[in-house]
Ligand binder design. Structure first.
Ligand SMILES: CC(C)(COP(=O)(O)OP(=O)(O)OC[C@H]1O[C@@H](n2cnc3c(N)ncnc32)[C@H](O)[C@@H]1OP(=O)(O)O)[C@@H](O)C(=O)NCCC(=O)NCCS
Length: 197
């Protein structure tokens, strides 16, 4: 420290600069009932894009027809229990999160919890900091509800997403089963202690 100024190296300065740019480029707003059509469209698009390369078409089609239809997704948006956050990159829709307040997992005890039910960045916007800003908004939402933990489930084979969540301070705490069509899969459950954020 010289003249009261802390010294930072080039990489730290670059990282601060890039974070600042991302803050300007990415905006987040709550999803409204009027967004139902668009949220249903991007939900199906992101889901298909993420899982089609690593699942059979039959299993994916079955799941999307029976449990992830356009109508079902639109109904979720108009249900007041669900919270949607929409991310925009330079004004273009670039990702969304679906949250559930007071969704407590027994393995996390009796502390107040918010669940991230879905978290997706559109393919063209991956790696631009959208996910980080969207997660920041999820954390802020959970804190505004005085939650102690945020938690989520992620397919054990989705290594990029597990890496992303880990880099943001999430830790694995359990597993659960998820059926995609006829294929029984295992999700890792991960949580973030908001007191440490
Ligand atoms: C996983 C996902 C949400 C990340 O969002 P993103 O906008 O691409 O991520 P960001 O650009 O904000 O990345 C921020 C940081 O996350 C970390 N990160 C991202 N991918 C990572 C990976 N594969 N391994 C480790 N860290 C990773 C890095 O630290 C990265 O910082 P960097 O810029 O210094 O590399 C996004 O890629 C996505 O939507 N994937 C497909 C859908 C999906 O799998 N959703 C989760 C379902 S549970």
């Amino acid at each position: 420290m010289k003249n009261g100024h802390a010294k930072i190296n080039f990489n730290e300065a670059l990282s601060i600069h890039l974070n600042y740019i991302t803050l300007i480029l990415v905006t987040i707003r709550p999803g409204m009932k009027e967004d139902a059509e668009m949220i249903a469209d991007i939900s199906r698009y992101c889901f298909y894009h993420t899982y089609a390369p690593v699942n059979t078409k039959a299993n994916l089609d079955k799941y999307m027809q029976e449990q992830f239809s356009h109508e079902m997704l639109m109904e979720e948006v108009v249900d007041d229990n669900n919270i949607f956050l929409l991310a925009y990159h330079l004004g273009n829709i670039s990702g969304y999160a679906k949250l559930l307040n007071n969704s407590a997992h027994s393995k996390l005890g009796s502390k107040k919890q918010v669940e991230i039910v879905r978290f997706y960045v559109l393919p063209d916007f991956k790696g631009k900091g959208v996910g980080t800003q969207l997660m920041r908004a999820c954390i802020n939402y959970a804190k505004s509800k005085e939650a102690d933990f945020l938690w989520l489930g992620v397919w054990e084979k989705n290594e990029p997403a597990i890496g992303f969540y880990s880099s943001l301070g999430f830790e694995k705490f359990s597993k659960h089963k998820f059926k995609l069509g006829d294929d029984e899969q295992t999700d890792c459950l991960m949580f973030k202690n908001l007191e440490e954020d």
